[in-house]
Design a protein around this ligand. Sequence first.
Ligand SMILES: *[C@@H]1O[C@H](CO)[C@@H](O)[C@H](O)[C@H]1NC(C)=O
Ligand SMILES: *[C@@H]1O[C@H](CO)[C@@H](O)[C@H](O)[C@H]1NC(C)=O
Length: 335
Amino acid sequence: MPLPPGLLLPLLLVLWPPRSAALEPISIGIAIGAASALTGYLSYPGFYCGFVECCPGEQDRPNGTALRLNLDAKLFGQHLAKEVVLKAVTGFINHPNPKKPLTLSLHGWAGTGKNFLSQIIAENVHKAGLKSKFVHLFLSTLHFPHDHLIKMYKDQLQKWIRGNVTACAKSIFIFDEMDKLHPGLIDAIKPFLDYYEQIDGISYRRAIFIFLSNAGGDLITKVALDFWRSGRAREEIQLKDLEPVLSVGVFNNKNSGLWHSSLIDRNLIDYFIPFLPLEYKHVKMCIRAEVESRGNQIDETIVQKVADEMTFFPKEERIYSDKGCKTVQTKLDFY
Ligand SMILES: *[C@@H]1O[C@H](CO)[C@@H](O)[C@H](O)[C@H]1NC(C)=O
Ligand SMILES: *[C@@H]1O[C@H](CO)[C@@H](O)[C@H](O)[C@H]1NC(C)=O
């Protein structure tokens, strides 16, 4: 006996691999609408969220073990960043009642893993990571390029933050190239980072703000180099060796002094996270990870070839990679 057409759609949906990422959102929306009209499935959030990304609820706690494993597998040569992020993110996420949003300030030269780390944090909270509709990445030079439009950017940015946190309290905002961000825009973000219970009826205390910049990168390198030259292990570098250097250095840096002083003055940044310059062996680790992520077998001669193409500084000792792991991907494309 043929099935009545009304039963066909819900049946199809049940048989369909439900977590397929290839499904088109609009058709899913229509299909789910139809299915729920027929069966009332929509009342079951687990079913709905299998198709459409949902904002994590109060009880959804990201997995700390998974975060640790992810950091170990993907972030190389950054023992300090790893330690701080694990503590900061798991602490914040498991806190029953945070007093302010989590604000992290990531410092170091390009290619040392700042973007990677932001991505890992985003993935830990929202499965789709940077592709999640609850994760927002802003690049100063791309999103806010013109100084004369600052007033408009400011209104827009505040509206976005408000709108997105209203839609999902656990939204994540990542600001890259913080040292190039106009001070006016920093003023626009500031109220959201503060210890307010609510602003106009909206609480921002579950959101995460991540700021990325090169500021302090030269001073971090100097400390690392001093350790190396005095024969001490890189892993011996502690946060306390860098924290004073970092805040003083960043204050004195003309380009970034403004944002820093205004955010630091009011203790709006919860954690400063230094990224050390990467050595030859770390570059090799990046290359191996990249080869594996492309589903290929690791060929050590190619790993060596790619690593040898990178340039290292300082001139005499050639310890640290100029661009960190940044150009690894494009270099690998040749092989
Ligand atoms: C957390 O992640 C680890 C490693 O991926 C996994 O073994 C464990 O089952 C996860 N725990 C929960 C509660 O999902
Ligand atoms: C959320 O932020 C994005 C930018 O990342 C913006 O395009 C969108 O309009 C915002 N949504 C709301 C509801 O404000």
